[in-house]
Each structure stands twice: as C-alpha cells, then as structure tokens.
Ligand binder design. Sequence first.
Ligand SMILES: Cc1ncc(COP(=O)(O)O)c(C=O)c1O
Length: 367
Amino acid sequence: MTALATPYYLIDKAKLLQNMEKIAYLREKSGAKALLALKCFATWSAFETMRDYMDGTTSSSLYEVRLGREKFGGETHAYSVAYADNEIEEVISHADKIIFNSIGQLERFADKASGIVRGLRLNPQVSSSTFDLADPARPFSRLGEWDVARVEAVMDRISGFMIHNNCENADFSLFDRMLSQIEEKFGALLKRAEWVSLGGGIHFTGDDYPLDAFAERLKAFAGRYGVQVYLEPGEASITKSTTLEVSVLDTLFNGKHLAIVDSSIEAHMLDLLIYRENARIEPDTGPHEVMVCGKSCLAGDIFGTFRFERELKVGDRISIQDAAGYTMVKKNWFNGVKMPAIAIRELDGSVNLVREFTYADYEQNLS
Ligand SMILES: Cc1ncc(COP(=O)(O)O)c(C=O)c1O
C-alpha cells in the first residue's frame, strides 16, 4: 500500500470511539443529553461514528444548524450571538430549539419561532477561563443576559436556558463550584425552566476526570430544578482523535535546527497561533531538538520545538497531535498552501481518503 500524500488530517475512529463511549456512559448515568458543538468540529464524514453516542448537535449560525440537521440528525439546537432578519426563518426550519443570546433578539424573533422550543442564554459572570479572548464572562461581555429581573419579565416566551461558562476546564471541583454559583444567582429562574444546557468546555473525556462524580452532580442538579440537562461538548467529543500528517520539505541550521513542513500553522492549525500555544508531537523526548516550521510567508509560522529520536531529513513524516478541535473548522487558504486532505483510519487499521482539495477549491473560494 502506498502512503497517502501529505498534508492530511487523519481521524482515528478507534480513538474517537473512546470519547464517544465516555459520553454515552455519562448520558446513561446522569440523564443529561449531549449535543456536538459544531463550532469545534464539523467534519461530517465522522458523524456516522458519533451519531449513536450523542443526541444531536448545537450550532452558532445558519450554516451550522443546517449542517447539523442534514448531516448529523437527532436533536438540533440553534444558537447564534445574533441572527439577521433574512436568515431567521431558515434557521427555525432546521431547528428543534432556538436559544437567543439576548432579550432583544428574543423579543424580535419570539413570534416567528413560536412553533419550536425557545430559550435564552444566561451569563453568570463567572468563568473558568483566564484568557480574556475566550472568556464569556469578560468585562462588558455580549454573551448572554445576567439581570434576573429582566429575564423574569420574558419567562412567558421561553422554556429554558443555555449557560456556557466553562473553557477547557478539566477540574471537576471548579466546575462544581461554578455550578453552585450559578444556582445561587439564577436558582429562581432555573426552578421555572424545563431544560438547561450547561454548554461546552468541560473536559470530562480526559483520562483522570471523575466521570461518576460529574454524572451525580448533573443528576442532582436536574432533580433539584426538575430540568432536562444538556451538555454541548466540542473539544471533549474529539480530543486526541486526530492528527495532522505532514512531511519535511527542507532543513536549515540558523543557530537552531529547523525543519520546514508542507503545512502551515496559520492555515491549518490557526487556533494554536491565536492562543499562542505550541503544537504537540509524540514522543517528544529524543536527543535531536528541531523547530518545526510551516511553509507560509509568516515569520512566526512555527508549530513548535520538539525532540526527535534522529535528525530530520527531507521526506520524513511528522504527526502533529490533536488536530481536530477548532482546527479543521478554521483551516484557510492563506498563501494558497495546499489544503490538507481528510482521511479516516477505520477500526481494521485501513485508511480511507474521504476528501481531497484541489486548485479549483482554492480558486472558487474567492471571485
Ligand atoms: C455556547 C457554546 N457551546 C459549546 C461550546 C463548545 O465548547 P468546547 O469545544 O470547549 O467543549 C462553545 C465553545 O465556545 C460555546 O460557545
């Protein structure tokens, strides 16, 4: 078998299923429903592997809600920071439930959405994020309503709430504490709700996460307020399932050993650049230190500095870890760099190429 040409994203079904099984266990133990957050991962070729383990999808836009309805199925939640007049009817046509970000949007579109379940985003003004770019509780945040009296006034038009204030939170006790703060602040509203979505950002599929304690906490919360709990896992659904496979195109020594690969952090793993994080390579323990760089013109197009077992040479392949979340959804055509193909490693070990991108895709991206 000849190896696929790089660059390509490789989704490993067996690894994806490990996350799915934890999600299914949590649903069973807690009674909570789990919706895939498409903003994080929307590679629909993988949906057939995920569908049986999750209840549906949640979205951030018209196109996401449509993709969720058409490609995933199940329960389809619509949410957006703001909907436009010219899209709201189509959004509603694809959704079982619509969650408005503000009372202004709710009042504007409540009547149009009266045929589906309606809800409102609440902002508890506490979050697990320390990075203001990703902190929904940052000062002057536009993400959700916080004034209980104002929300009480529109309760006749909604039956539930979405609260997303966790961010890459792998600490159960922090989740627990923040949920208690939510209960303190919004308890009276929660008692009047039929459902509450606690959003995403909870890393409960991680190795040491206390899943049973988490399930108990969700179940107790659901019982206390008489609500159906939802979770919206993005990252937790796909973590560690996918790599970006690249090849070395050139090596240089400029005081440090450098390798240039046939990919670009700016084009193919943009999230890392935005959050100023390094990529991950495993293992990363050998004697040869090399800075792995992308091929775009950006001076800082650098995946990171890693330790390899031997010197890198042209043609060597490298697997960059954790390339699914907020990665494939953000890939772009900067510099016209060849877009990574998408491949899936099946359970029997065979690799299926599911999508290749060509010059025509690049050209049609603009006009
Ligand atoms: C409303 C909402 N739900 C779910 C998610 C998914 O979060 P994560 O991928 O961290 O689980 C996000 C992420 O920003 C979000 O804003």
